[in-house]
Design a protein around this ligand. Structure first.
Ligand SMILES: Cc1cc2nc3c(=O)[nH]c(=O)nc-3n(C[C@H](O)[C@H](O)[C@H](O)COP(=O)(O)O)c2cc1C
Length: 195
């Protein structure tokens, strides 16, 4: 399993939720690698079309090894707060750089997932400071198409409104427990697919 922390705020609300989901997953025996996007060097996609013939990105930065992680993982926890109705710039830069994997799949007709026949599943963890009913719609559209490109089944979203101050999620009556359970359930769901 891979956990991706997409917030620029260290120890912020999505970090807390991601950590709980990871605790749940490890309690079920999962081995989890956490990637903190804010600490990495990930340039935005330049649309140079360098990937069109090879499926490989020409920019030499941390996305090179993240591509490998994304292709090899069985389970994904993607965590990003809502910034201006979308995912954070750090998260979007990573997603856009997966254009090389889009090329692999749709242009070169090659497998994106390394390790044939495995079910890959992913959960989106997100929250925002406001309470709007459509708060997660644009980010969800992005995340779902990202998962689809990577052949990852969208297993659901752990989404919370009206969480703004750093650490406010800890005051939520159910969020931490929900995150722990979601991590557990994701591992169990994938185990069920293998039976
Ligand atoms: C640049 C920026 C844009 C934001 N845009 C939104 C928004 O569109 N809708 C919303 O509900 N909250 C918005 N927020 C609030 C964050 O989603 C909120 O503070 C969240 O708890 C941050 O999560 P974190 O602690 O994991 O970074 C924004 C915050 C920042 C800094």
């Amino acid at each position: 399993m891979v956990g991706i922390a997409g917030s620029p705020r260290r120890g912020g609300n999505t970090d807390v939720l991601l950590q709980e989901a990871i605790r749940g997953a490890t309690s079920e025996g999962a081995e989890v690698k956490t990637i903190f996007l804010r600490d990495l060097n990930i340039a935005p996609c330049r649309h140079c079309d360098g990937c069109l013939k090879t499926g490989r990105c020409t920019i030499q930065d941390d996305m090179q090894w993240i591509h490998t992680e994304l292709r090899e993982l069985d389970l994904l926890l993607l965590a990003s707060p809502i910034f201006f109705m979308g995912v954070t710039a750090q998260t979007k830069a990573m997603i856009d750089r997966c254009q090389a994997l889009w090329v692999l799949k749709y242009v070169l007709k090659l497998p994106v997932a390394i390790g044939a026949g495995r079910e890959r599943k992913g959960l989106f963890i997100s929250l925002g400071g406001t309470g709007g009913s459509k708060l997660f719609e644009p980010a969800l559209a992005t995340v779902k198409i990202f998962f689809k490109t990577l052949d990852i089944d969208y297993a659901g979203g752990l989404l919370f409104r009206s969480v703004d101050e750093k650490g406010a999620i800890k005051q939520h009556s159910t969020a931490l427990q929900e995150a722990f359970l979601a991590g557990q359930n994701l591992v169990e769901a994938q185990r069920g697919c293998k039976l």
